[in-house]
Ligand binder design. Structure first.
Ligand SMILES: Cc1cc2nc3c(=O)[nH]c(=O)nc-3n(C[C@H](O)[C@H](O)[C@H](O)COP(=O)(O)O)c2cc1C
Length: 220
C-alpha cells in the first residue's frame, strides 16, 4: 500500500474566549462582502491575486485532487475578447434563454446583457474545474469536483474581500468560450468568471437582506 507520511498538526491554538471573539469577528467581516457590478480601474498588484489564488487552492478537495485551475487575466486585449464573447451569450440569455420567472427574479438587480466591468476591472479570474486529470496520457477521474471547486471559490471570494477588494461571481453561460480564449486543455471546464478590483467611489448595491439564523440553520 502507498501510505503518506504523517506530520504534527500545527494549527491555531486559541482559548475558548478567543474562539468566540474570532468567530464573531469573521462573521462580521464576511457579512460586509457584497457583489459589485462596477469596478475602479485602479491597478491591483499581481502578488495580491497570487495570494488570493493560493488561499483558494488551500481548500479541501475530494481525495486531495485539487481539481481546479485559475486563469488570472489582466491583458486588455484578452479582457476585450472575453467581454465580447460574454455579452454575446448574455444577449441570448436575456432575450430568450432565461425563463420569465428568472428574468423577474433578476429585475431588482437591474442587470442586462452589457458587461463593461469585464474590461474595466484590473483582473478577471477565470475558474476552471477538472472532472479528470491526464497523467502520463491516462485519464484519472477526480472526485466531488463541483463541491471541491465551489469550496475553493468560497475561499477565493473570502480572500479577495479580506484584502479589501471586491468581486462579482459571474456566469455568462454557456461559458465554453473561456476554455477556447484562454487555451485550456480538454479536461477543463469553465466554472466561474470573477472580475476583481477596487470598488469605485460612492457605488450603490442592491438593498438585499440576508436570511436570519433561524431560516438557515437548525440546532438539534
Ligand atoms: C453561482 C453564482 C452565479 C452568479 N451569476 C451572476 C451573474 O452572472 N451576474 C450577476 O450580476 N450576478 C451573479 N451572481 C451574483 C448574485 O446575484 C449575488 O451574489 C446575490 O445577488 C447576492 O448578493 P451579494 O453577493 O452582494 O451578497 C451570481 C452568484 C452566484 C453565487
Amino acid at each position: 500500500m502507498n501510505h503518506l507520511a504523517f506530520i504534527s498538526y500545527t494549527g491555531l491554538d486559541y482559548t475558548t474566549r478567543q474562539v468566540l471573539k474570532k468567530s464573531k469577528e469573521f462573521y462580521e467581516l464576511m457579512d460586509k462582502r457584497r457583489s459589485l457590478r462596477v469596478f475602479s480601474d485602479k491597478p491591483v498588484d499581481k502578488k495580491v491575486i497570487e495570494n488570493a489564488i493560493m488561499a483558494a487552492s488551500s481548500a479541501p478537495s475530494g481525495a486531495h485532487k485539487q481539481p481546479w485551475f485559475f486563469s488570472a487575466v489582466r491583458s486588455s486585449k484578452l479582457k476585450s475578447k472575453i467581454r465580447a464573447a460574454a455579452e454575446k451569450e448574455e444577449y441570448e440569455n436575456y432575450t430568450g434563454r432565461m425563463s420569465e420567472s428568472w428574468l423577474k427574479d433578476l429585475e431588482p438587480f437591474d442587470t442586462n446583457f452589457k458587461k463593461p466591468f469585464l474590461e474595466i476591472a484590473p483582473w478577471l479570474i477565470v475558474v476552471f474545474k477538472k472532472p479528470f486529470d491526464i497523467v502520463d496520457g491516462e485519464k484519472k477521474q477526480n472526485y466531488y469536483v463541483n463541491e471541491s471547486v465551489g469550496i475553493a471559490v468560497g475561499f477565493l471570494l473570502a480572500a479577495i474581500h479580506n484584502a479589501g477588494l471586491v468581486a462579482l461571481t459571474h456566469t455568462p453561460s454557456p461559458m465554453n468560450f473561456l476554455e477556447k480564449l484562454l487555451n485550456r486543455p480538454s479536461n477543463e471546464r469553465a466554472y466561474l468568471l470573477i472580475p476583481v478590483g477596487y470598488p469605485p467611489d460612492d457605488v450603490l448595491v442592491p438593498d438585499i437582506k440576508r436570511k436570519g439564523l433561524k431560516d438557515v440553520a437548525d440546532f438539534l
